[in-house]
Design a protein around this ligand. Structure first.
Ligand code: MUC
Ligand code: MG
Length: 369
């Protein structure tokens, strides 16, 4: 039986300012959800987002309020091992709130996989890979600093895929920044950009032509999430891969974008999809339509990152890798044992459930800071 649901918000400083077109992050607020069951098993989930309400329509505070006020009362007393029944109830009664639903589903599935003594990936259809390529985002706002950071990552053998956040400056300045980094790294790294919706279609036509000619491998969400037609036109016009991110809020959007032939690659995010099972549905739509997969992040800490890793571990094709580096952007670790990054890959945890444990003392310490 589901006995208790507890939501904790903790603010953790980032290792450096992380500059996106929608926000500059100096801290990240982790939203952690704990589900306690009557059989003594506890599951954890995460609903972390970026920049308060700058990126998505759920804030850390609204997620906590909505779980505490509306979602937890629906679930308390329900059978904990009937996860699909519990989630069907939540999805029927609660509109929107994809991040909150994702955290709840993650916690229930973590608990159930622990109960069955299997890794979560086995509960999600079965693991076909134990390690995932992992990109790093260069977003210091300074070209020389970004190049130095990339060189360090290559030397450490931690990352050889770099995503550059652009869209804050004018198109020519952004393109010059990206191409300087691409020239410095050459064939040693894959360089990609994320515009976070900042460009008009005209900006995108100019910008993408120059980025493609300069050897950039992928363009993420160049135009507004709502402008499916423009995304489709860009996809038809350019050879460089176009990836949908903010345009993808779950399986229905995955179908709409596929019908419109609007993207070469989908950024699969468990939070944006509204849960782990909807994220798997997004991936299935992609596979059936010949769309490449990429494991996306909302810069979550260890819980959300491990959950996405278990989802991605079930993908037979993962042509574009992942960006599951969230915990590495934070100055504080909330897991007892940190996730392992080695040889440019994140190792998918192997223990029962998520395969990671929250350090509750650390959490308490961070809460009281
Ligand atoms: C996004 O839009 O992809 C993921 C990596 C990163 O640096 O920012 C996020 C959000
Ligand atoms: Mg993105």
């Amino acid at each position: 039986m589901i006995q208790e649901i507890h939501v904790t918000l903790v603010k953790v400083p980032t290792i450096r300012p992380h500059k996106l077109s929608v926000a500059t992050m100096n801290t990240q607020t982790l939203v952690l959800v704990q589900v306690r069951c009557a059989d003594g098993i506890t599951g954890w989930g995460e609903a972390t987002t970026i920049g308060g309400l700058n990126y998505g329509e759920e804030s850390p505070e609204s997620i906590k309020t909505n779980i505490d006020t509306y979602i937890a009362p629906l679930l308390i007393g329900m059978e904990a091992s009937a996860v699909a029944v519990a989630m069907a109830r939540v999805r029927k009664v609660i509109q929107g709130n994809r991040f909150a639903k994702c955290a709840i589903e993650t916690a229930l599935l973590d608990a159930q996989a622990r109960r069955l003594n299997i890794p979560l990936s086995e509960l999600l259809g079965g693991r076909v890979r134990d390690a995932l390529p992992v990109a790093w985002t260069l977003a210091s706002g300074d070209t020389a600093k970004d190049i130095a950071e990339a060189e360090t990552m290559l030397e450490l053998r931690r990352h050889r895929i770099f995503k550059l956040k652009i869209g804050l400056r004018d198109v020519l300045a952004d393109v010059a920044h990206v191409l300087e980094i691409k020239r410095a790294l050459g064939d040693r790294a894959s360089v990609r950009v994320d515009v976070n919706q900042a460009w008009s279609e005209m900006d995108a036509l100019r910008g993408i032509a120059m980025l493609e000619a300069g050897g950039v491998d992928l363009i993420e969400q160049p135009v507004s999430a709502s402008n499916t037609a423009a995304l489709a036109r860009l996809k038809q016009r350019f050879d460089v891969a176009i990836m949908a991110d903010e345009a993808l809020h779950g399986p229905d959007d995955a179908m709409t974008l596929a019908r419109a032939d609007a993207a070469d690659v989908y950024a699969v995010k468990i939070t944006q999809s509204g849960g782990l099972l909807p994220a798997l549905e997004v991936a299935t739509v992609a596979r059936l339509n010949g769309i490449g997969l990429y494991g996306g992040t909302m810069l979550e800490g260890g819980i959300g990152t491990a959950a996405t890793a278990h989802v991605c571990a079930t993908f037979k094709e993962l042509a574009w890798g992942t960006e599951l580096f969230g915990p590495l952007l934070l100055t504080q670790e909330v897991l007892r044992e940190p996730l392992v990054y080695r040889d440019f890959m994140l190792q998918v945890p192997t223990g029962p459930g998520l395969g990671v444990e929250i350090d509750t003392d650390k959490l308490r310490f961070l809460q009281n800071q």
